[in-house]
Write a protein that binds this ligand. Structure first.
Ligand SMILES: NC(=O)C1=CN([C@@H]2O[C@H](COP(=O)(O)OP(=O)(O)OC[C@H]3O[C@@H](n4cnc5c(N)ncnc54)[C@H](O)[C@@H]3O)[C@@H](O)[C@H]2O)C=CC1
Ligand SMILES: O=C(O)[C@@H]1CCC=N1
Length: 274
């Protein structure tokens, strides 16, 4: 990727994507990240070898791509401050903020911007990210390709043609690493009660998740069949799965993902009227 890319914000998500880009061969010197304080940027600069800046406008002055990676609540102030430089520079703008819709961000940036909304997730840090992308009408095919390449450096990319579907992406992948981490916590706690040392339980649970995910990715069988293959009739897995079904695990997941998507909609509403 020959582009100069500036990340506005150098937190969890920006660091995760930058780490993925560097691992995939992007030159650290083509990457810049900003934050209000040098004390936050110094470790990022040292660890990743990228350029850093406390002045957002200076940091985007020669950028082809600007990734907005600040918290949604401060996005308006950040965008309005960048408006003149963005209008002059006309970079491809990629927002990774949850909720905030493309039209609102475009308006804060002065209008008529090529804008991609992206919902990434933190496993981007290790190259196993999963990102949903949506482009507004001003984004060219070449810019779509740049956004795809950028996020594919950190994992897989799925484009959605309707912006509202990014709320579903947030529920199924953006927020979802946390669901699996909760599962690891719960499995470790349960295994400890069954007598295993915590570190042994943790290693076994995490390796099992990795194995199950890898099998599901490589197999031509659907998850229901793979599940069935573990369940010997009258055996141990059947008993565990029966318990999960009776305890309405599917309903819990359905409710949780609906709540997640609804919160993304609420945030969009709250923030666009702020
Ligand atoms: N953490 C996650 O799993 C995911 C987060 N997101 C989105 O990514 C965005 C960033 O989230 P995180 O990285 O988790 O937050 P974070 O709090 O770790 O990072 C925010 C960064 O913005 C910087 N910042 C604050 N004010 C600034 C300013 N005026 N100019 C430049 N930088 C400024 C902070 O210093 C920090 O480096 C949010 O909009 C969130 O919705 C999207 C998908 C997943
Ligand atoms: O919890 C959040 O709001 C962000 C967006 C997706 C993951 N973390």
């Amino acid at each position: 990727m020959a582009s100069k890319i500036t990340f506005i914000g150098a937190g969890n998500m920006a660091s995760a994507i930058i780490g993925g880009l560097i691992d995939s061969g992007v030159a650290p010197t083509d990457l810049t990240a900003t934050a209000p304080k040098n004390s936050e940027l110094a470790p990022v600069k040292e660890r990743l070898g990228i350029n850093t800046h406390t002045d957002n406008n200076a940091a985007i002055s020669s950028a082809d791509v600007v990734v907005l990676a600040v918290k949604p609540q401060i996005m308006r102030a950040v965008c309005e401050d960048l408006r003149d430089t963005v209008q002059q520079q006309r970079p491809l703008v990629i927002s990774i903020a949850a909720g905030l819709d493309a039209a609102t961000i475009d308006q804060w940036l002065g209008g008529n911007n090529a804008l991609v909304r992206c919902m990434p997730n933190t496993p981007s840090l290790v190259g196993y990210g999963a990102s949903g992308l949506y482009a507004n009408a001003a984004v060219s095919d070449a810019q779509r390709d740049i956004a795809t390449q950028l996020m594919e450096a950190a994992g897989i990319v799925e484009w959605v043609e309707e912006e509202s579907l990014l709320d579903a992406v947030t529920a199924v992948s953006g927020s979802a690493p946390a669901y699996f981490f909760l599962m690891f916590e719960a499995m470790e706690e349960a295994a400890v009660k069954l007598g295993l040392p915590a570190d042994t339980a943790r290693r076994l649970a995490i390796q099992t998740a990795l194995g199950a995910a890898t099998m599901a990715l490589r197999s031509d069988k659907d998850p229901a069949t793979l599940k069935q293959n573990v369940m010997s009739p009258g055996g141990t897995t059947e008993r565990a799965i029966q318990h999960m079904e009776e305890a309405q695990l599917r309903t819990i997941i359905d409710d949780a993902m609906k709540a997640c998507a609804k919160r993304a909609q609420e945030m969009a509403h709250e923030l666009s009227n702020s």
